[in-house]
Write a protein that binds this ligand. Structure first.
Ligand code: RUQ
Ligand code: CUA
Ligand code: CA
Length: 592
């Protein structure tokens, strides 16, 4: 036994009897646990993986199981390779904010599974929500959320389809944000967003902070774990109580409060009171769970909500059918808890297979713990009886996600462990090392680690979506006239001191060879790639003018700036598009 295993054994202590059943020598029953994970040259992956990019501000698309990175979708960041943040179109969405922190990326749903239409992602840094269109895999809307800080848990409605999104505010603040307010007047906020219009429907304020988010499979409830109902502003205050809450929001009551006008307007948003004493009746249910919980995930059958202990080594299983009764006042909130299995130290998130098993990430133990939900319900609270298998990961796991696990079509094939620390798993690249996303085959009884994948800071969470759901919706070219200024014929229009240059890009030429303006003119370039050929992007860079973007097939982008430097400036194509790509250039002549 090596040192690490020794410590683990000591840590698990009394679990040794349970762990005995997990010894590697045991034969594997049931499904084989030997899924194909090598994707050979020319072959395609079985799943699209969508990763939040953490404080890089982006979203990444990976192929699973190869773990090849296929695309980086700029969202809250500036991306020079695509020109995101530089063009008029992207500036309009970003409004000058290029710092983001994407934590939770989720797809839009219909009937409890992904419909392949949109992704949604939060920005914890600047309190925004972005929507990505999956047909182009590009960001198409960004919504600023007032009255909140720490925009964290985000989840779309799963049933009957995604009309609403919920967003949890992890940090409590005064609403409105008045610095004179004492901390007892700081609130957590549950924001409801119209997913199609990307508008705020309303906000519910309460004393508790709201961390991770989930919605049920019936369109009735959304939820949040709260680790700071104490309204603490220091770490010791946040750890003061021996229990915190899993909080459930009743959507019928939210709609009722809106209909009855039971809200006040704060910064243009309808704010409903959800506080303990004066809150709208029947809207919020607080289920006590052990100290400083993390995560809330719903079993694919829709029956149970599971929140992890974080500071406590258990998971808490809440029966959503009992939640109905608790809202009706027939039982107490704590009576909704049907199991509390011991899983390990530092449990954070839970994911699922299609065979009734849950997989919980344990940060401190650096393990993934597979446990059976039914077994946990039949076992005494805090017992280890429900544990089926434990696997070491490398190291310090945060999020965890199995293929299709956030849908009713969970398929129990692949599991991703998103590990915060890689230590010695890759070549040393200096003090700031990559993270380690590990691919685990969960198709058999025992979990099997098959791949390490370095991940640049800081992929936070992911979803793994069956290829057939997404692939059919992804387009090869833009719908050209979706952009109202799409250029079919090149030309220059002068309106006083504003020069509007319309240009086509068609390999290997731009629609205009020379563009002449006067120093001090305001210049707008509108560029449309009207190449019919698939997969042929053109770049548009103006030398020494700090302008550089690409236009995908049939896409239009524009840029407006002041021609403040006289001289001859070559406009050139940055994206290798043709044998004469280097000759694809035009002169931008700024007369003194
Ligand atoms: S939280 S590591 Cu931002 Cu997703 Cu749990
Ligand atoms: Cu167009 Cu290179
Ligand atoms: Ca607490």
């Amino acid at each position: 036994m090596n040192r690490r295993d020794f410590f683990k054994f000591v840590g698990i202590g009394g679990a040794i009897a349970g762990v005995g059943a997990l010894m590697p020598s045991q034969t594997v029953a049931g499904r084989k646990g030997d899924l194909r994970y090598e994707v050979k040259p020319g072959e395609l992956d079985d799943y699209y993986g969508f990763w939040s990019g953490g404080h890089s501000g982006e979203v990444r698309v990976l192929g699973v199981p190869s773990m090849r990175i296929l695309k980086r979708i700029p969202v809250f960041n500036m991306d020079v390779a695509t020109g995101w943040g530089i063009t008029n179109e992207s500036k309009k969405l970003l409004r000058g904010k290029f710092v983001g922190d994407t934590h939770h990326v989720h797809g839009s749903y219909r009937n409890g599974t992904y419909d392949g239409k949109y992704l949604f992602v939060n920005d914890k840094a600047n309190n925004r929500v972005a929507r990505i269109r999956l047909d182009y895999m590009e960001t198409d809307a960004i919504l600023d959320i007032p009255n909140i800080q720490g925009a964290h848990g985000l989840f779309p409605q799963r049933y009957p389809k995604t009309e609403w999104l919920v967003l949890n505010a992890e940090f409590q603040i005064p609403v409105p944000n008045d610095p004179k307010k004492p901390k007892e007047k700081y609130y957590g906020v549950h924001t409801i967003i119209d997913a199609e219009r990307m508008e705020i429907v309303c906000q519910i304020i309460l004393e508790e902070n709201l961390d991770l988010a989930a919605t049920d499979y019936k369109g009735k409830y959304s939820m949040a774990n709260s680790y700071n109902p104490e309204q603490g502003v220091t770490i010791s205050e946040m750890l003061a109580w021996d229990h915190d809450y899993l909080i459930i929001f009743n959507w019928e009551k939210i709609r009722e409060a809106l209909r009855k006008g039971a809200y006040t307007m704060v910064n243009g948003v309808k704010v409903i009171d959800g506080t303990r004493k004066t809150g709208y009746p029947g809207l919020v249910l607080r289920i006590p769970v052990p100290k400083n919980p993390h995560g809330v995930n719903i079993t694919p059958d829709g029956r149970y909500a599971i929140s992890s202990g974080k500071v406590d080594p258990t998971c808490t299983v809440v029966d959503l059918e009992l939640v109905d009764k608790a809202f009706e006042g027939k039982i107490k909130p704590e009576e909704c808890i049907v199991a509390q299995p011991y899983v390990g130290l530092g449990p954070l998130h839970t994911t699922f297979d299609d065979r009734g098993n849950a997989y919980t990430s344990c940060f401190i133990d650096s393990t993934v713990v597979k446990w059976n939900v039914k077994k946990a319900i039949d076992s005494p609270k805090r017992s280890k009886d429900a544990i089926v298998d434990i696997i070491d990961i490398h190291y310090q796991i945060g999020h965890i996600m199995a293929s299709m696990a956030e849908t009713k079509e969970a398929d129990g094939k692949w599991l991703i462990a998103l590990n915060k620390v890689s230590k010695d798993r890759f070549l040393n690249v200096g003090p700031l090392k990559v993270e380690n996303d590990q691919l685990i085959d969960i198709s058999g009884k025992k979990m099997k680690l098959v791949k390490d994948e370095p991940a640049w800071l800081e992929p936070h969470d992911c979803i793994v979506v069956r290829r057939d759901i997404v692939e059919k919706n992804v387009k090869h070219r833009h719908d050209m006239f979706e952009h109202p200024q799409a250029v079919t014929e090149s030309g220059i229009v002068r309106k006083g001191r504003h020069v509007i240059v319309k240009m086509t890009a068609n390999a290997p030429v731009y629609g205009l060879q020379d563009i002449r303006v006067k120093k001090g003119d305001k210049v707008t370039f509108i560029v449309t790639n009207n190449d019919e050929i698939q997969d042929l992007a053109h770049g548009f860079c103006i030398s020494n003018y700090n302008i550089n973007f690409v236009v995908a097939p049939f896409q239009t982008k524009s840029v407006t700036f002041t021609a403040d430097k006289p001289g001859v400036f070559w406009i050139y194509c940055t994206n290798f598009c043709h044998a004469l790509h280097l000759e694809m250039r035009s002169r931008f002549i700024v007369e003194a």
